[in-house]
Design a protein around this ligand. Sequence first.
Ligand code: ADP
Ligand code: MG
Length: 589
Amino acid sequence: MAQRLPIVLFALVMAVLPFVPGIPPFWIVLLDNIGLAALVAMGLVILTGVGGLTSFGQAAFCGFGAYTTAILTTSYGLSPWLSLPAALVVSGIAAVVLGLMTVRLSGHYLPLGTIAWGISLFYLFSKLELTGRNDGISSIPPLAIGTFEMRNPNTIYFAIWLAVVVAALITVNLLDSRMGRAIRALRRGHIAAESFGVQTAQAKLLVFIYAAVLAGLSGWLYAHFQRAVNPTPFGPQAGIEYLFVAVLGGAGYVWGAVLGAGIVTVLKEILQSYLPLLFKNETQFEIVVFGVLLVALLQLAPNGLWPRLLALLPLTPRGQQPQPAAALPAREIDTASTGPLLTIDKARKQFGGVLAVNDVSFEVGRREIVALIGPNGAGKSTTFNLVTGVLTTTSGRVSILGQDTTDTPPQQVVRLGVARTFQHVKLVPDMTVLENVAIGAHLRGHAGAIASMLRLDRADEAKLLAEAARQIARVGLTDQMHQLAGSLSLGQQRIVEIARALCADPVLLLLDEPAAGLRHKEKQQLAELLRQLRDGGMSVLLVEHDMGFVMNLAQRIVVLDFGTKIAEGTPETIRTNPDVIRAYLGGTA
Ligand code: ADP
Ligand code: MG
C-alpha cells in the first residue's frame, strides 16, 4: 500500500489542477504533452531501466497506436473506444514481431537493432498509401463520452492523465511481483535467473510488449488529441528523445518517467519560445542548447533526477514486505529409490584449446556432503556449470535421480531439485535481500504478468515472500532482510545466495566457495547449517579452498587437477594421498 499512496496523492493533485483559477491554458497543453511522453517513458523505464534493454525505437510503437486508431476511425467509422483495444493489440503484435528479432541481440547490437527498425517504420509510415504518406491522416474524431466531446486540451487532459495514473499503478504492481523480480534480474545477466527457472527470453519479450503497448496507448491518445497524424512524431528523433526522457528522469523509476517527461517538455518549450528571440531566428539553436543542457543534467545526476529527488526526502525505501502466509508445498522426495542423486559420467568440457574438465566421473549420494577440491583452474566451477546446464558438455553424461540431464537447460535442472550458488556472486545489488532470495522460489509461484499487474497475485506472492523470509532466517540474515543486497559484505552475499538456493526447495545444493570471505565463527555457523540440511535429507556438493572447513564437513572428497580427477575418498585418505599433496595440499594440510 505504501507504494500506492503517492500514486493516489498524485492522481488527486492532477485531477484538481485544471480547476485552479487563473491557470494558463497553455500550461494544460504542456501537461497534456508531458502525460503523452510520460506514458512512453514509463515503458522505457521497465524495458531499459529495469530490464536493461535499450530501445531507441519506441516512437514507432506510438505510431502503430496512432495510425491504427486514425485508420479505423476515419476510414471505417469505428468509435475511438473500440479502436483503443485494436491500437494496443497492433502495437503489441508489432512488439512481438520486432521483439523476437531484436531481443536475442546482445551488447550494442540491440540498441542498433531498435534504431534500424525505428528508421524503417518511419519511412514505412511516410510511404504507405494506407497511412496517408507524408501528409498523414486528418479529421480524426475526438474522444467522446455520450455527447461530451474531448475536443480541447482541457478535456482530453483527463483522459491522458487517467492513462498515466493507471499505467503507473499497473507498472508498480508488475515490478512488485514474481514476474517483476524476474524482469529486474535480467539486467544482471541471465545465468542466475535461469538457474532458478526464469525463462529470460520470455521475460524480455514480455517487457518489450509491455513497453510497446504503453507507447501504443500514448499514440492512440495523441491521435485523438491532435485529431491528425503524420509520420514526424513517430520518427527516429522522437525515439531518441523518449529514451532521453527516461534516462534523465531516472530509468528504473516509474515516477522518473513523469519527472523526465516534465523536464524535457518544459525545457523544449522554453527554448523554442525564447531562444529564437535571442538569436533572431538564426537556424535551430534551441536544439543545440537543448542537447547541451541535457548532457549537463546527466552529468549532475548520472542515475537520473528522480533518485536525486528521493534522496532529499526523509524516506527509507524498504522494498517488498513479507506477510504471514501458508507454507509452499514441499518437494516430494522419492525415498524408495536408492540410486545416487547425481551421477557424472566421463563429463568433458573443452574451451578451444583448454580442456577444462577431462572425462570426470563421480557420484553424489543421498544425504551426503561431498567436496570438490583442487587448485584454481582445475575445472571445479566448470563442473558445476555442466551439472546445472549453464554449459553444455563436449562429451559424457550427467544424470540426476536417474534421469539423464546432459545438456538440459538450467530452468529444467532446477525443477529436478538442483539449486546452486555462484563463485562470483550473482545477486541483483539494487534489490533487497528478501527480493533477491524470493527469486529462488520462482518456480514455486504461479502468478503471471497480467495477474500481477491487476494485483490478483497476492496470495501467491505472500507465500513466496514468507518462504524467502523463512530461508533468510535459516541462514541467520534476518536483520539484513530489507537491506539492498549490494550493501552487504561479500561473505554475507554468499550466504544470501545460499538462502536463495534453499528457496528452490532443493534435494541437491551446489555451493561454489561458500565460505570465502567469511570469518571463523561464520564458517562454523555455515558448517552447522549444512550439516542440518544434510540431516534433513538434502545432499550438498561444495567447492571450497578452506581445508579445515572441508575436512570437518565432507563425507567424501573428489580432487581435480587440470580438469582431471586425481583422487576420491574420505577426508582421511585424501589428506594423506601423495598425488593430492603434490598437486594441491602441499605441505600445509
Ligand atoms: P576452478 O573453478 O576449478 O578454479 P574453472 O572451472 O573456473 O576452474 O576453470 C577451468 C579452466 O577452464 C580454466 O583454465 C579456465 O580458464 C577455463 N575456463 C573456464 N570457463 C571458461 C570459459 N567460459 N571460456 C574459456 N575458458 C574457460
Ligand atoms: Mg571456480
